[in-house]
Each structure stands twice: as structure tokens, then as C-alpha cells.
Design a protein around this ligand. Structure first.
Ligand SMILES: Nc1ncnc2c1ncn2[C@@H]1O[C@H](COP(=O)(O)OP(=O)(O)OP(=O)(O)O)[C@@H](O)[C@H]1O
Length: 478
């Protein structure tokens, strides 16, 4: 039965970890029988492992909740408890069976739906971190969508920035793919504008500067988003925003041309409507122009009752500009909504524009390996941040031995999931500490006050790190 296969995928993943801990994986004759095939076949690991868990006989009688005495449990690490529960705890086994859990993540309520996906709130067993879990049914994925999914994962993995949704782990079962990501709890920018109306000049400066910083970082990392829009910008804490949904993103060389039509019609650049090959970063610039226009007017610059009329409107490139939009902001929009792709204002120019003067831009987090493999080295060989992450992993029960013995430490490993969550926490904390000592610009615009407010929020956990505008004027490589 399909649900049996789902169970075996998820349980296999977690008990794969247990194997490393020399925990007896196959529990014959007890509550749950798992057949361990892949590990007897040399060279079959990772995804193959999950396929090897095909034979699952669900128990007639699943063990009692937490069969171990409390004092035994108390001595166990969070990892040992979680692994034990996956095989023995009635509630956990039921949750696996009925889709309320995947690997080390409890799945809670639905937080959104995409065309081919559902996004649910998840809780990570070991760290208790809240995460967003995007669930895709493989049945709906043709070859093209599979390629897009791979690109989404590989692009997200390369990005580590306070204004970009972070990818923690990928879990795969026979039927589904699960993308475990940072949870942005404040909802979409689109919903906020739809319900509250257009943003003030000050607030849009604060929000747009974070989006700019995120997109500049993506482009510097040779990644194009191709679906920038208000629905794909999420609020974290306070005024912090995160660019998410990398389902159309691609890794490109700087001037590489692309040909797949991607994105949403109101944000689509003229070259897309002309069906031409295009440069991804120029398409992103146009979308940023539409997005800023939407933020400050709560409407779209180009519209039409049907596709041909929208197309004509975009190809003409003319739009009405309400007089309440400040002139410096108007100039930024004009620079971005330029018909000729190569003539659009580069992000560096927008960041240095008069409209954004005084803004301190969030910095990407310092580069860090995307998997915990390097933490198997002795502590003396690690930097302070690496030691901190290693210690945090050890507190959860993930030891040097686990890291050494686990040959497949990619994004599909639960060890990598735990590592990325802890690394992200530590990055946020140290960025918060640095920002505490950084001064807020001394110019007295409204947005300075908003920045200060945002900064306060950030200091309580979700952090944005700003750079001085003087450095930004020359567009240094941050
Ligand atoms: N990291 C996240 N944190 C919080 N909510 C999220 C997160 N990612 C997605 N969501 C919510 O889930 C919804 C669905 O997201 P998803 O990326 O699957 O699809 P979509 O962008 O709406 O549609 P599409 O199928 O066109 O990509 C979003 O609109 C958003 O409300």
C-alpha cells in the first residue's frame, strides 16, 4: 500500500542515522519490522537506502508510548530519544503513517499552497526549530519540473543571507519530496499590501533595501531568481523580509542567456513577451521595478484585461506614475522599468541612489560549508564558529563519530539538517551581537526610525546586518 511505502521512506531515513549510532536498526519480532537491504549492497547509499526499506510490516500492536523508563530516557541524548521514538513510540509511528511527520520533523498545520505543492509548518525534533516544509507529490512532477526542483535545491543551498529563505534539508520518500526551509512567520508582502494598502515611502525603503541586498547577493553568487514578486517575499520578525520560492531559479554565468519563460505575467519583462532569449539578471531587475511600483502604489504599472493587452502594455513600457510617489523613488522605478534590458539600472546604482541614501544594507552571512563533514576534524583545527556548531551538535547527541562514519552528508542527510539549523542560529546570534555594536545612521529620515525598530526586533533573534552607505556608494563586494 502506498502509505506503507511512505512510512518506510521516512523511517528508513531516520534509522539510517541510528545505524551510525550502532543502534540495532531492525527490530524483529517487536513492534516494527524493517528490512535492511541497501546496506548489504556495496555502493548503495543515500537515496538508494530509502528504496531499500520497501518491506515494512506494520505491527499488529505497536509499542506503548515511550516504553523506556523515565530515568533511562533522561540519560539519552535528544538524538537517541528521537531515533528510539521513530521505531517504538506509538504516537510517532502513527504520525509517520498518517503524514503528520517526515524524518525528524513533526508536520503541523498548512501554511500555504502552491500550484504543485503544499507548505506546512514543521518542528524539528532535535532543535525544536520551527521550519516551513514544502511538500511536492512526485506524481505531479514531469521531467521539466524535476529539473526545476533540482535547480531550486541547488540554488537555495548556495545562499546564506539574512534576507533569503534558508534551505535546511531535503527528504524524499517513494511518493513525495519535502523541502525543509527556514520559516518566515509574518506572511507574504503581497497579503500585507493587499490588506493594508500601499506602503509609506519610509517603509518601502526599509523593505526594498533588504530585497535589493538579497537579489544583489544572488546575482553575485551567479543565481537568478526569475520569479521575484510580492507573493515571494515573506515577513520574518518585525520589518525583516525574506525572498523565497526559488522554484524558477537558475545558476548562470554572468552573461549567459536563457530561453525558458518563467515568472508571473504582471512582473514579466518585455524580452519575455517577445519570446527572446534573455539574461536572467535583467529580467530580475525589471521584476524589482514592478515590485517597487506595487509596494508604493498597491497596483501594477502594466495591466490589461487579457494577455494580448497586457503584452502590448509591457512592450510599450509606458505607465502612469501617481504624484504621491516621491520623486527619488520614481527615478528608481524608471531606471528599473527600462525597455532595453542592458540599460536597466544595475542594483549597485539603485543602492547608491538618492532614494536609498542613509540605508544600511544587510550583509550575507560569512561563508560556511553547507554540510557538517568538516566538523569531524579535531576542535583545535576549527574556527570559533565551527567549534560552537560542533558543540551544539554534540549536545544533541551528534558526535564526531557520526560525522566520520556518515559518508553521504549532503542536503538529504538528517545530520546536515540539524547542522544547518544550528549554524543558522549561531550566525543569527553573532550577527545580532555585531549589530548591537554597529551604529544606526545619523540622518533623521522616518526610515531611520523604522530601521532602529527593525534592528531591535532583529536583536531578539532574526537578524539583519547592515553596511554603511558610504561603502555602498562604490558598490564594494560585501
Ligand atoms: N519559508 C516559508 N515560510 C513561510 N511561509 C512560506 C514559506 N514558503 C512558502 N510559504 C507559504 O506557502 C505558500 C506556497 O508556497 P510555494 O512556494 O509552494 O508556492 P507558490 O509560490 O505560492 O506557488 P508556485 O507553485 O507558483 O511556486 C506561499 O505562498 C507562502 O504563503
Amino acid at each position: 500500500m502506498a502509505w506503507e511505502k511512505e512510512v518506510c521512506g521516512s523511517v528508513g531515513l531516520a534509522t539510517g542515522l541510528a545505524r551510525l549510532d550502532t543502534v540495532e536498526a531492525a527490530k524483529r519480532g517487536s513492534s516494527l519490522e524493517l528490512r535492511w537491504a541497501a546496506h548489504q549492497t556495496a555502493g548503495h547509499r543515500g537515496r538508494a537506502t530509502q528504496h531499500a526499506w520497501r518491506e515494512v510490516s506494520l505491527p499488529e500492536e505497536v509499542g506503548e508510548e515511550r516504553s523506556e523508563p523515565r530515568e533511562v530516557q533522561a540519560k539519552c541524548t535528544p538524538l537517541e530519544v528521537a531515533v528510539h521514538d521513530l521505531a517504538h513510540c506509538e504516537r510517532v509511528v502513527r504520525d509517520l503513517t498518517f503524514g503528520r511527520r517526515i524524518g525528524f520533523y513533526q508536520l503541523r498545520h498548512n501554511i500555504g499552497n502552491g500550484n504543485f505543492s503544499q507548505v506546512r509548518l514543521g518542528i524539528h525534533d532535535l532543535t525544536k526549530e520551527q521550519v516551513a516544509v514544502k511538500i511536492l507529490d512526485k506524481v505531479h512532477l514531469d521531467k521539466h519540473s524535476q529539473r526545476l526542483f533540482s535547480a531550486e535545491v541547488s540554488c537555495m543551498e548556495k545562499l546564506s543571507h539574512p534576507n533569503v529563505v534558508r534551505l535546511y534539508e531535503v527528504v524524499e520518500t517513494f511518493r513525495r519530496l519535502y523541502l525543509v526551509m527556514e520559516y518566515a512567520s509574518g506572511g507574504e508582502l503581497y497579503s500585507s499590501i493587499s490588506s493594508r494598502g500601499r506602503m509609506s515611502d519610509a517603509e518601502s525603503r526599509l523593505v526594498f533595501s533588504q530585497i535589493l541586498s538579497a537579489v544583489r547577493y544572488m546575482h553575485d553568487t551567479n543565481i537568478v531568481h526569475r520569479d521575484l514578486k510580492a507573493q515571494n517575499v515573506f515577513y520574518g520578525a518585525g520589518h525583516v523580509v525574506k525572498v523565497g520560492d526559488f522554484s524558477f531559479s537558475a545558476e548562470v554565468r554572468p552573461d549567459e542567456v536563457l530561453s525558458t519563460f518563467c515568472g508571473s505575467l504582471p512582473y514579466a519583462a518585455p524580452e519575455l513577451f517577445r519570446d527572446e532569449a534573455y539574461v536572467g539578471s535583467f529580467v530580475d531587475l525589471w521584476a524589482l521595478g514592478v515590485l517597487l511600483y506595487f509596494m508604493v502604489t498597491a497596483s501594477f504599472p502594466f495591466s490589461g484585461p487579457d494577455l494580448p493587452k497586457l503584452r502590448t502594455s509591457v512592450l510599450q513600457g509606458t505607465y502612469a506614475m501617481p504624484s504621491y510617489v516621491s520623486e527619488p523613488c520614481q527615478r528608481v522605478i524608471e531606471g528599473l522599468l527600462t525597455l532595453e534590458p542592458a540599460q536597466r539600472s544595475p542594483i549597485a546604482r539603485v543602492m547608491a541612489s538618492g532614494w536609498l541614501s542613509g540605508i544600511r544594507y544587510p550583509l550575507p552571512y560569512p561563508p560556511a560549508p553547507s554540510t557538517p563533514a568538516h566538523l569531524a576534524a579535531p576542535a583545535a583545527e576549527l574556527c570559533a564558529r565551527e567549534r560552537a556548531v560542533k558543540e551544539a551538535l554534540e549536545e544533541l547527541g551528534i558526535t564526531e563519530e557520526h560525522l566520520k562514519n556518515h559518508s553521504q552528508l549532503d542536503c538529504r542527510s538528517p545530520l546536515t539538517g540539524a547542522y544547518r539549523i544550528l549554524l543558522h542560529r549561531i550566525q543569527k546570534r553573532s550577527a545580532a551581537a555585531s549589530a548591537q555594536s554597529a551604529s544606526i545612521p545619523a540622518n533623521s529620515t522616518d526610515s531611520t526610525a523604522l530601521q532602529a525598530q527593525a534592528l531591535q526586533t532583529l536583536l531578539s533573534g532574526d537578524q539583519v546586518f547592515f553596511i554603511a552607505p558610504t561603502r555602498n556608494a562604490e558598490f564594494p563586494n560585501t
